[in-house]
Ligand binder design. Structure first.
Ligand code: GDP
Ligand code: IMO
Ligand code: MG
Length: 423
């Protein structure tokens, strides 16, 4: 049985949590493959909104197993909070949620290092969520990290101590004013680790291999988005993992020839939270309308998201890098009421017009070239089937399908599970 992927194609927050929750009814296993609690995946049903950071978005479905894969970085303190928030739902966590022994641990000092690194950068800061993601992946690739499996060994606290001591020396090196009480942070961390140790740790690559062999359907859930990928994103304003399709292979131990459908998800416009270039960003009333109607505030940090028109140059690039086989368009409802909609179809780049995503997309290098389409007035949020969608929206969709050469299979018209139209 092939493993399907669900990935964000923009700068994150496309609506992955919602769609994974919707799709889980068709899968036996949902597996997160990269990122950490910098992610905030929102799902809504029965009038309740849930935000997950590390736990996969299939957790509310009784029959699905959720796996936190080896490519994920886990902060026990945040994980404990997530578990606490789930307690009232009486989910059988031990039989529904498995954690890879090879996943790396975010230590309190990784978070402090993130803060020190950002403070030292001044205006050039990345706008990190400050969850310790960069420093944890640095320790992973530097071969110094601590893994979930280490917690099963008797000497894990010694390992912790020596790594934390090194981090303290590094924090001092930055020479910035970071106030912290490590003893307090450690007390929380050790308490959370004890709770984490009550969960089921597995050799996840073996588990997923056997599940595949037994014919189980597996969906890999991405975090962040393709334009935040460490290699293909807008470096250095990116996260520290491969958010693109290949990351699912390394982040779960699934071979490339075992990948089936690649489901790519995008908003009908574009948003970005944190720093970094954003060619179609709007600083006018249209951008404010998108932010207000779309309620564009980060699910993890609460920061306002920057908003702009759909960038087809960037989207085409993401579709290619990921090998997307089907698309999902989110938040079409937010665009209801605009007279005209703009779509960026090319960039003016250093005196030429180009249609590929270049090395530099900063404002001094790139100016977007727009096509204009008619908007629609209708409220989409109560629509339930494709034949109800307004003509102008169907034209918008048809234009995107033609340009991207991939069908749009789902149109989302609101945050709730039920506000999902299959095409
Ligand atoms: P994720 O990180 O990709 O899971 O996305 P987030 O949860 O960070 O952000 C998406 C936001 O949009 C959440 O608040 C969702 O509840 C909301 N959302 C998802 N789909 C739709 C939609 O079709 N319409 C509207 N209006 N909101 C949506
Ligand atoms: P989900 O999974 C949107 C952004 C941060 C910052 C940059 C680096 O909810 O789509 P990091 O914490 O990794 O050091 O931040 O990446 N970022 C996200 N933006 N959605 C996310 O996740 C993000 N995770 C990180 O704002 O610009
Ligand atoms: Mg999010």
């Amino acid at each position: 049985m092939a493993v399907d992927l669900l990935l964000g194609l923009q700068w994150g927050d496309e609506g992955k949590g919602k769609i994974v929750d919707v799709l889980t009814q068709d899968y036996d296993i949902i597996a997160r493959f990269q990122g950490g609690p910098n992610a905030g995946h929102t799902l809504e049903f029965d009038g309740i909104k849930h935000v997950l950071h590390t736990i996969p978005s299939g957790i509310f479905h009784k029959n699905a197993v959720n796996v936190v894969g080896n490519g994920v970085v886990i902060d026990p303190v945040i994980f404990k909070k997530e578990l606490d928030a789930l307690k009232k739902f009486n989910l059988d966590i031990n039989s529904k949620l498995f954690i890879s022994r090879k996943a790396h641990l975010i230590l309190p000092t990784h978070r402090l290092l993130d803060a020190a690194s950002e403070a030292s950068k001044g205006k050039a800061k990345i706008g990190s969520t400050l969850k310790g993601i960069g420093p944890t992946y640095m320790d992973k690739t530097g071969r110094n990290g601590m893994r979930i499996g280490d917690l099963e060994l008797s000497d894990w606290k010694e390992k912790y101590r020596s790594l934390a001591n090194k981090h303290e020396a590094m924090i001092n090196f930055y020479d910035v004013d970071i106030q912290y009480d490590l003893a307090e942070l450690e007390a929380d961390f050790f308490k959370a680790v004890e709770e984490l140790k009550l969960l089921t740790f597995i050799d996840s690559e073996e588990y997923l291999y056997q599940a595949q062999k037994a014919g189980k359907k597996i969906l890999a859930e991405g975090a962040q988005g393709s334009l935040l990928d460490i290699d293909f994103g807008t470096y250095p304003f990116v996260t520290s993992s491969n958010t693109t399709a290949a990351g699912a292979c390394t982040g779960l131990g699934v071979a490339p020839n075992q990948i089936g459908a690649v489901k790519g998800i995008f908003k009908a416009y574009t948003t970005r939270v944190g720093s970094g270039p954003f060619p179609t960003e709007l600083f006018d009333e249209d951008g404010e309308t998108m932010a207000r109607v779309g309620n564009e505030f980060g699910a993890t940090t609460g920061r306002p998201r920057r908003c702009g028109w759909l960038d087809l140059v960037a989207l085409k690039y993401a579709v290619r890098v990921n090998g997307v086989t089907e698309l999902m368009m989110m938040k079409g409802d937010v665009l209801s009421g605009f007279n005209k909609l703009k779509i960026c179809t090319a960039y003016h780049y250093k005196g030429e017009q180009i249609e590929h995503f270049p090395y530099n997309i900063e404002a001094e290098n790139v100016t977007p070239v727009y096509s204009e389409m008619d908007g629609w007035k209708e409220d989409l949020t109560n629509m339930t089937s494709a034949d109800q969608l307004p003509k102008a929206l169907n034209e918008y969709i048809a234009f995107l399908e033609k340009e991207l050469e991939v069908p749009i299979k789902i149109v989302s018209v609101g945050p709730d599970r039920t506000q999902t139209i299959l095409k």
